[in-house]
Design a protein around this ligand. Sequence first.
Ligand SMILES: [Zn+2]
Length: 307
Amino acid sequence: MDFRIKILGNNAAVPAHGRNQTSQLVIIHNQYLLLDCGENTQQTLLKSKVNINKIHHIFISHLHGDHYYGLMGLISTMQLFGRKRELSIYAPTILKEIIDLNLKASDTRLNFPITFLSLDQINQGIILDHKHFIVKHFPLTHRIVCNGFLIKEKSKPYRIVKEKLHRGIKLSHIAQFLKGNDARDDEGHLLYSKEDYTLPPKRSLSYAYCSDTVFDVNIIPTIKGVDVLYHESTFLDDLKDRAKDTFHSTASQAATIAKKANVGKLYLGHYSTRYKEIEPFLDEARQIFQNSFLSLEGEEITIAEPK
Ligand SMILES: [Zn+2]
C-alpha cells in the first residue's frame, strides 16, 4: 500500500530563492494528511495535481506563521469547491479561535464540519487511530509550544501463498492464517499449519516529522528506528549558536539525531533564507549520517521496506 510524502515547501520564515514555507502531504493507505500549511501550500498542491478536497486531516505543529498562514485560504477554497466531507484539524488550541474569527469576519458558514483536536489538551499519544495506521504527537522544544508527529502503520496481516491453497482450505481457515494462527477444527485439533500456507507479514513502516526544534536528544526514544525522519535544519553548523538562540537546529545536529535514533533515511528542510544554495546542508549532514537527503519542493518521497 501507498506510503508517500509530497514536499510542498521547505524554506524557513519567508519565501525565497524559489522555495516556499513548510508543508508536506502524506499519503498513506489512501488517506491524505497535510503536515503544516505555509502560505503557498495551495499553489504547490495545485502544481502537484492534488485534489485538495481529498485532504482528510491537517496537522499544525505550531503557530509560527510560516507553518500555518496558508490554512484559511485552503479552508476557503475547500468551501468554494463544494466540500461536504468532514475535515479534521489537529493543532494548538488557540488556532480554533483564529479560524472561528476569520469565518465570523467574512460571514462564512462552512458547508462541511471541522473537527478540531487541541493538541495541548491531550498528553503525548495517539491522536489518530485509523484501521491501517496511527498518528502520535510528541513535544518539540521551540520558542513556542510545538509538536512533532509520528505516523506509523499498524501490524500487517500474514501473507497467503496462493499457489499452496487447495480445496480443503476454507475461507475461515484463511481468516485464521491472516491473523497468524493455525487452522483448527472446533475441538481445537490442528488442521493446517500456518507455516505451510503463509509468509510472515511485511514490516510496518513509519515516518517522523520534526518541524521546528532546537537540538534535543529527548526526542530520540520516540523516533527510534523510523524508516524516514524529517528533521529541520535551519542553519549550517557555523551558526550553531544562532540555532540555539532561536530554538532551531543545524544540518549536523539533525544528522546526529538521525544517527543516534538509528533511522533509515534523514530528510533536511526549513532552510534559512540566508542560504541561496542548499547543497552545503547535505554535505554537512552526510559527514555524520550518510543516508541524508535534502527535502526539495515538488519532490515525492516513497516510504518502502528496504530491499
Ligand atoms: Zn517556528
